[in-house]
Write a protein that binds this ligand. Structure first.
Ligand code: AVJ
Ligand code: FE
Length: 418
């Protein structure tokens, strides 16, 4: 059976992109609120420029309509920090450019169509990071999912055993995957224990209030220097209210910190410190992927933690459905073979691994997607977040950022030697 044409998926992806910015003012869309993130209007025109370059020009053989815009909207040539100083298209012009390019996209369902669709999906998550970080409101009107009840009993410190032995890492040869997920290979992974769920806010609050940010032995030299320089004493977006109560900025409002939700907006440095405080460590990427996919009984890797089915709302908190994390452990239907919960969705999980290429890595089709980040101190994250589209969120998908960054919807899952 042929897979359905991507036209509908591209249209749905576009509707979502537009919905993310729709309620915001022109000023909020056009301003660069922080050097860490692009002005939202840059993302919009960049999505159009990328689609025009890859689908209309390289795939379809048509000339670029606006060659003079190419450099300004090339992520590599124009780094985030300077994007606010450029003569960018304004909101109306960027939206018109998006529409114009889409009208010239060739029909089909090629690898390049899928690449362009996933690129727009990934920028949706980046835009949500920018919106949350800059505290813009109101929140977008997107299709919502019911909020599951907190099952209780999860702190992130309960563990499950992942038996030792070789497993399969990386994406299969068929189907879409990014170059950095290939080649698929066998890897020996000794037995280890991994958190049944991500670390919750309650557990992280104990670390904060117990003086975790002042305990020198729990921090690496680099992490301590970063924390001291920027006077970091709690996760990004946390604040103490007048009565000493803790609250958190949750997309479009302040809210009391939910003790059962996974902690989010922590850096790799903070994740590493929290791990040391519990006599634990962060899992390697291979450990994470084994815990998410390896079925010990059948001796094979699953496409998703729960099996073969594409993600549905009962499996995982993906696709913007809650506009924030769900309580830890709230999706028993999404359990991995080892019993770990919430491996996909809710919050990205920092790993111990540096982002690099697997043995036999070949850049394809564009070198600037991942290869240029190898060996430059980026840490790998796994699992996607509530802001990741389900189509993108596979257990082999790799994200990366610098260890001090906190804009990602990133949390912590711990590991222990068995
Ligand atoms: C995979 C999220 C690290 O944002 O740099 C978007 C995705 N690459 N456009 C990034 C991406 C080019 C990428 N991350
Ligand atoms: Fe991009």
């Amino acid at each position: 059976m042929a897979s359905p044409p991507l036209t509908d998926a591209l249209a749905e992806g576009r509707a979502r992109t537009l919905a993310l910015v729709e309620p915001l003012s022109d000023a909020d869309v056009e301003t660069q609120h922080t050097e860490l993130m692009s002005p939202l209007v840059w993302d919009l025109a960049h999505i159009a420029a990328y689609e025009e370059l890859w689908l209309v020009h390289r795939h379809g053989g048509e000339p670029l309509s606006r060659p003079e815009l190419a450099a300004m909207y090339d992520a590599f040539e124009t780094p985030r920090a300077v994007r606010g100083d450029l003569p960018l298209l304004d909101r109306e012009q960027a939206l018109a450019y998006l529409e114009d390019v889409r009208g010239r996209v060739p029909d089909g369902q090629s690898f390049i169509h899928e690449l362009v669709l996933r690129h727009e999906h990934q920028h949706g998550e980046t835009m949500l990071q920018a919106i949350e970080l800059a505290r813009l409101s109101p929140a977008p009107a997107v299709p919502r999912a019911p909020r599951p009840a907190a099952p209780g009993g999860h702190t992130g410190l309960e563990t499950v055993l992942v038996p030792g032995g070789p497993c399969t890492i990386g994406a299969a040869d068929d189907g879409f995957a990014y170059d950095n997920e290939r080649p698929r290979h066998r890897e020996p992974v000794p037995a280890f224990r991994i958190g049944r769920t991500p670390i919750t806010n309650a557990t992280f609050l104990t670390f904060v209030e117990g003086g975790g940010y002042e305990r020198r032995p729990w921090w690496s030299d680099e992490a301590w220097a970063w924390k001291e320089q920027y006077d970091i004493t709690h996760p990004e977006g946390w604040a103490r209210g007048p009565a000493g109560d803790w609250r958190r900025w949750t997309l479009d409002r302040w809210a009391p910190i939910d003790p059962d939700e996974p902690v989010v907006h922590v850096s790799w440095f903070e994740a590493d410190a929290l791990a040391r405080a519990h006599g634990a460590r962060l899992p390697t990427e291979a450990e994470w992927e084994k815990a998410a996919t390896w079925d010990q009984e059948s001796g094979s890797g699953r496409p998703y933690p729960w099996g073969d089915e594409a993600p549905e709302p009962r499996h995982a908190n993906l696709d913007h459905g809650l506009l924030g994390p769900a309580p830890a452990g709230a999706y028993p239907a999404g359990a991995a073979p080892c019993g770990a919960l919430g491996m996909l969705g809710d919050v990205w999980e920092w790993t111990a691994s540096d982002f690099g290429g697997y043995d036999g890595f070949v850049a394809h089709p564009y070198r600037e997607y991942s290869e240029v980040f190898f060996g430059r101190g980026y840490k790998a994250l796994r699992g996607g977040s509530w802001a990741t589209r389900a189509r993108v969120a596979t257990p082999t998908f790799r994200n990366w950022d610098l260890p001090e960054r906190r804009q990602i919807f990133a949390g912590i899952r711990l590991a222990w030697d068995a």
